[in-house]
Design a protein around this ligand. Structure first.
Ligand SMILES: Nc1ncnc2c1ncn2[C@@H]1O[C@H](COP(=O)(O)OP(=O)(O)OP(=O)(O)O)[C@@H](O)[C@H]1O
Length: 260
């Protein structure tokens, strides 16, 4: 069980979150979102909908103007120890892996987070091994991250977050800039991870492949929340929120199925 996480609490509980940027722009208008442990949820919406703003609240980078957020039963708060624990529980993989990789070797990058938590020796090595194995990058542990392909760097970025054993894994556009094979390989990896997953994406087929549930955010409000086949099968709903599938969609005929 995850340290300090209440087993009955949802992974994520967002209640009435409003957020205005310092210039007064109201980016979130009262967002409610509950994600159960182990759920995989796609967060969809057009440019400027508020998706990144919401994600930045989940580990306390931004602080809600109103409302509250709890992760595994722990409310995100301003004090240092709460914030440190929230940042361990919420692992965010940003769109550009190079924002997360800055050490000479893959293994050092993956060890960085757990070493900061105070892990050393065999315990630290086990975390690194486990995280690299989870993303299929064990054999690259001693390589320089900048010598890897973009797809491999994204997998290492996922490993840096997994090494913290997060309660919830948040992915910002995980399929962007990947070739079809790397995109498919990452989907297989993500589907096998035993974590709660929240994935921000404009890649609707990827949402279908990976997430049972989809939420549409538009204008800082959640405007739809339901099973992904229903959401993606509702063409007028998608059109109202500037979302488009790349081809005709049938909920009974999965688009571009993931081969395993
Ligand atoms: N630092 C900022 N100051 C003021 N307004 C901002 C700031 N950052 C974002 N916004 C505004 O907040 C709204 C939500 O932006 P956000 O980046 O969260 O959207 P998004 O859904 O992540 O978009 P995209 O799909 O383009 O990444 C937009 O209207 C944006 O212009």
């Amino acid at each position: 069980m995850i340290r300090g996480v209440q087993p009955t609490a949802p992974s994520l509980d967002v209640r009435g979150v409003r957020y205005a940027y310092p210039d007064g722009h109201l980016a979130l208008h009262g967002v409610d979102l509950t994600v159960a442990r182990g759920e995989r949820v796609a967060l969809l919406g057009p440019n400027g909908a508020g998706k990144t703003t919401l994600v930045l609240h989940l580990n306390g980078i931004l602080t809600a103007t109103e409302g509250s957020i709890a992760v595994g039963g722990l409310t995100v708060g301003p004090d240092r120890s709460t914030l440190a624990e929230i940042r361990r529980r919420v692992g965010i993989v940003f769109q550009d892996p190079d924002d997360q990789l800055f050490l000479p070797t893959v293994a050092e990058d993956v060890a960085f987070g757990p070493a900061n938590l105070g892990l050393r020796g065999a315990e630290l090595a086990a975390r690194v091994d486990e995280a690299l194995a989870a993303v299929g990058m064990s054999e690259h542990r001693d390589r320089a991250p900048h010598h890897l392909s973009f797809g491999q760097r994204r997998r290492v970025a996922v490993a840096t977050v997994l090494a913290m054993r997060p309660e919830i894994l948040v992915l910002d556009e995980p399929s962007s800039n990947l070739d079809p094979a790397a995109r498919r390989e990452l989907a297989v990896i993500l589907r096998g991870l035993p974590v709660t997953l929240l994935m921000v994406t404009h890649d609707l087929p990827y949402a279908f492949e990976l997430c049972d549930r989809s939420v549409i955010l538009d204008g800082g409000r959640i405007v739809a929340d339901g099973p992904t086949p229903e959401i993606l099968g509702d063409e007028p709903l998608l059109a109202r929120h500037r979302l488009e599938l790349p081809y005709p969609f049938s909920p009974t005929l999965p688009p571009a199925p993931v081969r395993e």
